[in-house]
Design a protein around this ligand. Sequence first.
Ligand SMILES: Nc1ncnc2c1ncn2[C@@H]1O[C@H](COP(=O)(O)OP(=O)(O)O)[C@@H](O)[C@H]1O
Ligand SMILES: [Mg+2]
Length: 319
Amino acid sequence: MTDKLSGTLAKTALVPARDLLPRGRRHPLIIAMALAAGGTAKTSTTTILGTILALRGYIVRIFDLDPQCNSSEICGRREEHREPEQKTVWDLIQGLCTLDEATVPARYRTGYDDDGNPLFKEVPNLFVVHGDSQLTDTDTLLANKPQKFNWFYNLTGQYTKGDMEAQDREVWLLDLPANYGKLTVSALIAMTEDDEVIPPLLVTGKESGALEKLLKELLAMQREFSGDMAPATPTVKHVLLCATPTSSHNAQEYHDTVEEVERDYPGMVLPYVRHSGVTAKQYRRQVTPPISDPKSAPSVDYEKVADALGFPDLEPAEG
Ligand SMILES: Nc1ncnc2c1ncn2[C@@H]1O[C@H](COP(=O)(O)OP(=O)(O)O)[C@@H](O)[C@H]1O
Ligand SMILES: [Mg+2]
């Protein structure tokens, strides 16, 4: 092959499509957004990437494991809109409902009716395990009822043992809280090296050392739990840099952070997600950029992230 040709190929070559049920596993692939630092784009990444994968034809289930319930909120599921009988992740952890009973279709706000009530439309293929502010009590719950600590691993076990079946093309995205408390650990120990933990790092933030701390915590989980209790091999394969510099957001400090992470994690850095004011709007608007602003920076950038993670469009438009 000529150098010229291989150069062209290298630029356009797609990352191979990911095996969604590797090594014969029966439960969906898990991608967890984790980093114990507030405001590092865990929720932004979960909801925007989740929408893109759903629009690409994957069946995406977002687990809203943060008591702040931001993923639910962005997915049109604010606490105040919840039907009284609707189950949540809090019920799921306690074993009071099934996974599907705690899951609702994600939706986006299209406007308001004459009485000022919001109107919603469902996002095809996108689902949320409904968040719950009571999750702040999870550490106490799991301390008092240690058998519930395995709730997430047991959930994957329901597939492994055969009474539940992963939908073809199903992926689970976990939006984790900004700490390594029992809830975070209970979710991460169910993960294998086929899954992945993605730390999103906001380059405008000040959490140097947070990545190193995450890796140490994952290693500690592996030592403490792997073997008889759970697979406990949560693995970081990629690092996601968010709010990277643009012509209007251009402090030297941001460039330094990008450079530092590229140096410390060679080959692991995903395509950059540039700084954009559009990202923050999804909280108030209750609609994610790929739906509201498909040509905006976050939409375009997270499309590249989806490619790099091995999730090609399963339903590409003709022509
Ligand atoms: N690419 C980006 N550009 C600009 N702001 C961003 C970007 N990604 C996230 N943010 C903002 O950073 C803040 C924290 O993001 P969020 O996703 O809520 O973090 P976390 O879930 O880790 O707490 C939010 O205000 C969000 O809008
Ligand atoms: Mg969050």
